[in-house]
Design a protein around this ligand. Structure first.
Ligand code: IPE
Ligand code: IPE
Ligand code: MG
Length: 226
């Protein structure tokens, strides 16, 4: 399959179904999250190959803090380990790495690593890869509105955590759920949505290409008449 001529500038993923993937194999949920990291790497590498400049992933929601402590701790450890492991890959491939979300809820150790990797990859020009961590759409709009009021400003966009990042053109959610689960509520205003039943650890380059084909076939009118 060829890469479509019309490509989104920013693709975002709600990576869902890790738990079910693990359970269907009689494994602990954490095994699914570990397998899911491989899909993130595959999608990141494919995005570089296809020439998509922004790719982002919903890795952990504000609501996910309500999961059992062992799963939350396991996920945070996995995040820390995976981003440290990927640093050389980011640098070799010209990838700028960013974490967006409610950073105040993360541990000092994780925050320090994120700061370090963000600083080291700041010059990456081929792809901006964003992890939404401890993020929710309502939280983002709330914190932006508060800071906007404090500044006496009249536009909310510069205060959203995504300021400076183009809004996603395409949102892909895996695992068969057809909802946005308090993700980028403002920024998805005109995104195209693709839902697939595939569980996140099984989502790889071939299916990514299919979703990009689907995106290329959509008629985006932005409220206008063509
Ligand atoms: C997505 O997979 C990853 C996170 C939300 C952290 P889930 O953990 O939600 O997997 P399911 O939906 O229970 O299968
Ligand atoms: C959304 O998945 C959050 C992330 C992918 C990080 P969830 O599994 O938490 O969402 P719900 O509970 O199915 O809406
Ligand atoms: Mg889920």
């Amino acid at each position: 399959m060829n890469v479509p001529a019309i490509l989104p500038k920013h693709v975002t993923f709600i990576m869902d179904g890790n738990g079910r993937w693990a359970r269907s194999r009689g494994e602990e949920r954490l095994k699914g999250h570990i397998a899911g990291v491989e899909s993130v790497r595959a999608i990141m590498e494919a995005s570089v190959e296809f020439g998509i400049p922004y790719v982002s992933f919903f890795a952990f929601s504000e609501e996910n803090w309500g999961r059992p402590e062992a799963e939350v701790l396991g996920l945070m450890e996995l995040m820390l380990k995976s981003m440290k492991n990927e640093l050389h890959n980011f640098l070799e491939n010209g990838i700028r790495f960013l974490v967006l979300g409610n950073r105040a809820r993360l541990t000092p150790e994780l925050n320090a690593s994120i700061d370090d990797i963000e600083a080291k990859t700041a010059g990456g020009k081929r792809l901006t890869m964003i992890l939404f961590l401890s993020y929710s759409g309502k939280w983002d709009i709330q914190q932006a509105a508060t800071r906007m009021a404090q500044a006496g400003a009249s536009s909310i966009e510069p205060f959203l955590v995504t300021s400076g990042i183009p809004d996603p053109d395409l949102m892909i959610r895996t695992s068969g759920e057809r909802r946005i689960s308090n993700y980028l509520l403002w920024q998805l205003a005109y995104a195209e949505f693709v839902f697939t039943d595939t569980l996140w650890p099984d989502f790889r380059k071939e299916e990514y290409l299919k979703a990009l084909e689907e995106f290329a076939s959509r008629d985006r009118r932005f409220g206008k008449v063509k």
